[in-house]
Design a protein around this ligand. Structure first.
Ligand SMILES: Cc1ncc(COP(=O)(O)O)c(C=O)c1O
Length: 401
């Protein structure tokens, strides 16, 4: 199958997902969804653990994690020693935010498209340290990535120490020009923290080329791994600065020569701190290679394109419900399998709850920067019939709200 010949629906693929059949599910973006063959691998790991916990956690785990991490690292274009499994992006970016030695007066620059929990993390840390979190508006619509970069850079001051940017934004679903952001920030001596919650599985990643200082990703969204599979990439020179959220066996008292209390002894791998934080179930991490393999086996770049085309059709119809222009151009460089679209004036919370209650359609509708938006996700289990149902339901709800 080639990228140009594939189109949805692909019933044998759709049937592999565990989602209920009595609903129209157009919200892969929030928590992802895991196909049965991948979920079976996950459960197999759990059974193996329970069959001999000491053998599994005590003797085999470190090697198993190393192998899983190596496959993930190759998939995202990084060295295995620069990547560590964590449960999710929120966890990963808490590690980063709490570890950097922000000083009073320092500034962290985020943009108005950041995910709420991550923005809160940085605001919290800034408040504790006497630093400032600046929420830089990036107004829409935009038609070129230069417009985005220019708007971001209007928020840069001589005190900017850290820049926080989502690779694919949560409320607006835009693929941000992060390679250029990282390049310019590095030249200006600003650290880059990239929130890649929506990237793995939705866009091809090469962290080596992207060259961020810190990058956090979720495998449980678009890579379709089980929940609780995230990762943190840390550029090697920063690894010594990181402080674990949970101190466990990985920490060692500093020798008198090292002096520092934080003491990440030179040469001690990043994973020592983060891959054992007390007894837990590592099955989701160990299942990541199966999720990568599932997508490879199913020619995922062609699938993504098919999803994108179906989403383009949906977009055209949704845009026709109002005269409001789209947030970005109609191009896979700007959005892939998830797109935020303007709704005509309405109460989006009510629209979302009515779509679910009356139509059994799961799709997020919300207000972002004063605009009502709907964010539609298309994954391989979606069909043109799902899109038709959304359009019918949406028109009915909008005309009576
Ligand atoms: C851009 C972005 N960052 C971070 C997160 C948080 O992901 P998690 O809850 O898995 O930590 C999300 C969740 O949707 C998100 O959209």
């Amino acid at each position: 199958m080639t990228a140009t010949t594939c189109s949805l629906p692909i019933p044998e693929l759709a049937e592999q997902f565990l989602l209920r059949r009595d609903m129209t599910f157009l919200n892969h973006g929030s928590f992802g969804a895991c196909p049965q063959p991948v979920f079976a691998v996950y459960q197999q790991w759990q059974r193996t653990l329970e069959a001999q916990p000491v053998e599994f956690l005590g003797r085999r785990l470190s090697d198993l994690l190393y192998r899983a991490r190596s496959e993930l690292a190759a998939f995202v274009g990084a060295a295995a020693e620069d990547v560590v499994f964590v449960p999710n992006v929120t966890y990963a970016l808490n590690i980063v935010a709490r570890s950097l030695d922000l000083q009073p007066g320092d500034e962290v620059l985020g943009i108005t498209h950041e995910y709420g929990a991550i923005e809160r993390t940085w605001r919290y840390v800034c408040l504790q340290r006497g630093a400032t979190y600046r929420n830089q508006p990036v107004e829409l619509p935009v038609t070129t990535s230069d417009e985005i970069i220019d708007q971001i850079w209007q928020g840069v001051t001589p005190r900017t120490r850290v820049m926080l940017i989502s690779h694919i934004t949560s409320p607006t679903a835009i693929v941000m020009p992060v390679a250029e952001v990282c390049r310019r920030a590095r030249a200006a001596g600003i650290l880059t923290v990239i929130d890649g919650a929506h990237a793995p599985g939705q866009i091809d990643l090469n962290l080596h080329e992207l060259a961020p200082d810190f990058y956090a990703g979720n495998c449980h969204k678009w890579l379709c791994a089980p929940k609780g599979a995230g990762f943190l990439y840390v550029r090697s020179e920063h690894q010594v600065k990181l402080e674990p959220l949970v101190v466990s066996w990985g920490w060692q008292p500093p020798t008198p020569l090292q002096g520092s209390f934080l003491a990440y002894p030179e040469g001690r791998p990043l994973q020592a701190y983060y891959e054992w934080m007390g007894t837990d179930d590592p099955s989701a991490f160990l299942t990541v290679p199966a999720a990568i393999e599932f997508q490879r086996r199913h020619n995922w770049s062609a699938m993504r394109l098919a999803c994108h085309e179906l989403l383009r059709t949906a977009s055209q119809h949704i845009l026709a419900l109002s005269d409001i222009p789209p947030l970005t151009p109609d191009d896979p460089g700007w959005w892939v399998q998830m797109r935020a679209l303007p709704l005509p004036p309405c109460d989006p919370t009510l629209v979302q709850s009515r779509l679910w209650r009356e139509w059994r359609i799961e799709v997020p509708c919300f207000t972002w920067e004063g605009r009502p938006l709907i964010r539609v996700s298309i994954q391989v289990y979606n069909t043109p019939a799902d899109v038709e149902r959304l359009l019918t339901g949406l028109q009915a709800v909008l005309s009576t709200s």
